[in-house]
Design a protein around this ligand. Structure first.
Ligand code: F6P
Length: 340
């Protein structure tokens, strides 16, 4: 078989580990030919193809980003399944492995219904895909954010300050929840729970009164009870997502204004997505790659590999992309014990 691999949507540490695993097992164990499509779904739309041999994947396991590059292209906006099918036929590609988040896998799901042989691999630092317990990239992002919180605590403490740390998380507050808990944050704000600015200020004052720093971790998609989400720009991407950002700076100003406390905001942004994956993410990504090529080899189209407990299972792509996995109330209640 000739099998194409692509990475779509926001990049994420661990993508190269999947590409390596697919290629190693595909070539060495099954004797298939593996090719890469560049730039997400733009690759199969425009025939941007490159060979993927054993030498190409030799030292990419610890590399962040994606050697295939990525984009937020939506084939259903232009050409659709027919164009993808034409490219695959032209290049003699029998099946596709699509590594992506809700948007990339949503496209994979539709393509599979439209007759393309496709297997999905879940990735996102946001960890918001409901069919899998964890996505690779999340652990790395949480480590980066936790280290930042640890560092901010000592400087904020020295200056009797509030430090507001804005982390990624559009619809789901997983990064904020985990990094906030790991870093001992004094307040964690997530998109799932509109927050009271007054209450946040009370927690901040309580911390500062006992000579502690006040560390507030806020997800980019968090909203105040009587406000709206903060946008970083007016544009929307090919999947209709607005670009979020700005809640951290806004909240730091509100805290300073309402309490008189010195406040600083730090936006971690894309630093959370860059650099080498943690050992956990390397292992998870490698296992996903191995199981994805197994699925293709066995002719199991329209599925996504997923982590359930410690096992890698297969779920239907259609089910996997139906809803976003948000933080349940119970998980937030656990974190609230440590607020203030
Ligand atoms: O991939 C998910 C994500 O990192 C979100 O957390 C964030 O809102 C978005 O991507 C940022 O996208 P971009 O890289 O296009 O600015």
């Amino acid at each position: 078989m000739r099998i194409g691999v692509l990475t779509g949507g926001g990049d994420c540490p661990g993508l190269n580990a999947v590409i390596r695993a697919v290629t190693r097992k595909g070539v060495e164990v099954y004797g298939h030919e593996i090719v890469g499509f560049r730039d997400g779904w733009r690759g199969p739309m425009q025939g941007l193809i490159q060979p993927l041999g054993l030498a190409d994947v030799e030292h990419i396991l610890p590399l962040g980003g994606t050697i295939l590059r990525t984009s937020r292209t939506n084939p259903y906006r232009n050409g659709g399944a027919e164009q993808v099918k034409r490219t695959l036929a032209e290049h003699g590609v029998d099946a596709l492995i699509a590594i992506g988040g809700e948007d990339t896998l949503g496209v994979a799901s539709r393509l599979s219904e439209d007759g393309v042989f496709v297997v999905g691999v879940p990735k996102t630092i946001d960890n918001d895909l409901s069919a899998t317990d964890y996505t690779f990239g999340f652990d790395t992002a949480v480590h980066i954010a936790t280290e930042a919180i640890d560092r901010l605590r000592t400087t904020a403490e020295s200056h009797h300050r509030a430090a507001v740390v804005e982390v990624m998380g559009r619809n789901a507050g997983w990064i904020a929840l985990h990094s906030g808990m790991a870093g001992g944050a004094n307040v964690i704000l997530i998109p799932e729970r509109p927050f009271s600015v007054e209450k946040v200020c009370q927690w901040v004052v309580r911390c500062l009164e006992r000579d502690d720093a006040a560390i507030v971790v806020v997800a980019e998609g968090a909203v105040p009870e009587d406000g709206a989400e903060r946008l970083a720009g007016a544009e929307v991407d090919a999947f209709g997502h607005k670009r979020l950002g700005g809640i951290g700076n806004w909240l730091a100003d509100e805290i300073a204004h309402r309490t008189g406390a010195e406040s600083r905001a730090v936006v971690l942004g894309h630093i959370q997505r860059g650099g080498t994956p943690t050992a956990y993410d390397r292992v998870l990504a490698t296992r996903f790659g191995v199981h994805a090529i197994d699925a293709v080899h066995e002719g199991d189209s329209g599925v996504m590999v997923a982590l359930r407990g410690t096992d890698i299972i297969r779920v239907k792509l259609a089910e996997a992309t139906v809803s976003v996995k948000t933080v349940p109330q119970g998980r937030y209640t656990e974190a609230e014990v440590f607020f203030g």
